[in-house]
Design a protein around this ligand. Sequence first.
Ligand code: URP
Ligand code: ZN
Ligand code: ZN
Ligand code: ZN
Length: 475
Amino acid sequence: MRKIIKNGTIVTASDTYFGDILIDDGIIVMIGVDLDDEGAEIVDASGCYVFPGGIDPHTHLDMPFGGTVTVDDFESGTIAAAFGGTTTVIDFCLTSKGAPLKSAVETWHRKSAGKAVIDYSFHLMVSEVTDEVLAELPQIIEEEGITSFKVFMAYKNVLQADDGTLYKTLLVAKEQGALVMVHAENGDVIDFLVRKALEEGNTDPIYHALTRPAVLEGEATGRAADLTALADSQLYVVHVTCAEAVWKIAEARKKGLRVFGETCPQYLTLDQTDLERPDFEGAKYVWSPPLREKRNQDVLWNALRNGELQTVGSDQCSFNFKGQKDLGLGDFSKIPNGGPMIEDRFTILFSEGVQKGRLSLNKFVDVVSTTNAKLFGLFPQKGTIAIGSDADIVIFDPSVERTLSVDSHHMKVDYSAFEGMKVTGEPVTVLVRGEFVVRDGLFVGRPGYGQYLHRRRFGEADKPAVKKLPIGGAY
Ligand code: URP
Ligand code: ZN
Ligand code: ZN
Ligand code: ZN
């Protein structure tokens, strides 16, 4: 059924204007003033912003990690994402050494199929570059549309890959048109510092932060950027937390390198002192890289505003406080790393960014949606409001004042990292491919509605939207 979204303020990464949007068959087919179409359902957006759906390029749903599995899966995680204004997630498909990549991708398809309520895609973790992997990667790109690879420079003896693997991955990515993502921290030195802390009897959550200093994130970021230059390839640094890493990315970009950086809402709003909360509550804030000293927040906001960082992901990776985080009672290194962020990413960026004058409305759309779509081969099908794009739309009421809390969020996890934070603005109605997933604050979606997205290769974002429109017809 056709729909017209009426009377809203449409905001894209480049424009802000009053207008109506006509949707047919899941696609935006017309944008104009006072649109009329007999039989179309009218959706009133008076007083609201009409944003392109958020694209979260960094989630870990239903992921085994730290001896347990994340609480939120592709069902609860994508429902929470939708309530938060996110209409596409790109999740990390983990692989194991020696096993075919294809089997890992199949595992991720099994986790997500029939569950996701919004659209989704996968990045593929690369932990070794063997002849088998080299043979399989082009096939994965072609058949699965997976055009981004993730290399971990940390989590020694678990996920960490060596520099040779990173370099070889950068070379394949250059050749095949893929984007290499890195978790940039020096895992070897961190491993040493963690053992030393535990030997000295330092077991509390705060030592998670103290054993992963910012300089080790800056060092790894610079190393990855240098290897990218040597390979003449492209790099995306996930979850940037500190000045030391921002400087390395800015320096690489000044040299003209294709190096990009993502930060997350938690690093923009929380800080290292949260790990000192009493009664082991600091464990709720244990993820990697760790929360930093507060002074880094201004550096991150400035970097988003001036383009040194380009995107905001959530790094959703939720573990319950009771029964999961407490695996690390008496040993901070056993606290499962990760936090629940998928639902609040969009609103926190609006509230702390736009409302507090740190980001323009258009920059906000750019960092939560548009550039994410461009870098990961989804634009312009996703990431904007334009004729021919999917009707992934968030009707956002900027006048609502609310308090973030576990009592009102839709994730399954038993705490909120942003408990008590006052925010302005709420995604009230969310459409994915023209269908309501959230309507006036109520979930009306369906597990299994979300479609798996095959993505374009790196650098192929400039082609027109994929769907052909009827020409000379009713529109
Ligand atoms: O602590 C975190 N961030 N957990 C998820 C895995 C990762 O490093 O992104
Ligand atoms: Zn496929
Ligand atoms: Zn990471
Ligand atoms: Zn992550």
